[in-house]
Design a protein around this ligand. Structure first.
Ligand code: HEC
Length: 139
């Protein structure tokens, strides 16, 4: 008796399940499909193209390092590159023109809020010195 009831209930639900299944699968955008389409059709109007484009001479006149994400090729570039690209591209750094104090704040924010691993003190000094030299509003 109980088995029959369950069977009947399933029978009643089955048409709904069948109707909902394919319909909802179709309306849900497939994230991988979007990526595949984008890769197959590179577009000039793609807003990310600008970010991927090779960077020319930076504002401070120091040549951009192809090896280190277009950062100015100067002492500290390598340390900065490996510390920072763990989470985002160098573009977010290159567009900054901020004060020394703001760099110190950002460093703290990256460590405390974003989980950036604090490096050895010498590395930290090299990176902050580099950032304050090349991405400064003060010099
Ligand atoms: C653990 C991950 C992580 C690391 C490592 C990291 N960042 Fe970030 N950073 C973030 C996140 C997350 C954001 C916010 C991005 C956004 O707003 O979309 C961010 C944003 C920034 C911004 C923009 C801040 C603003 O005012 O909007 C700058 C500049 C920046 N990071 C510089 C650096 C530098 C320089 C380093 C290396 C010393 C670094 N980041 C390393 C996670 C990280």
């Amino acid at each position: 008796m109980r088995a029959i009831t369950t069977f009947t209930a399933l029978g009643a639900l089955l048409p709904f399940a069948l109707a909902l299944g394919p319909a909802s699968a179709q309306s849900r955008p497939d994230p991988m499909r979007a990526a595949a389409t984008q890769a197959a059709r590179p577009s000039l109007s793609d807003p990310m193209v600008a970010l991927r484009a090779p960077t020319e001479q930076p504002a401070d006149g120091v040549a951009a390092s192809a090896e280190f994400g277009g950062l100015p090729d100067a002492p500290g570039a390598e340390e900065t590159y490996y510390q920072c690209v763990a989470c985002h591209s160098t573009e977010i750094i290159k567009q900054q023109r901020i004060t020394d104090a703001r760099w110190d704040d950002l460093w703290g924010w990256m460590v405390e809020q974003q989980g950036m691993v604090e490096p050895e003190p010498e590395i930290r000094a090299a990176i902050l010195g580099y950032l304050k030299t090349h991405f400064s509003s003060e010099r």
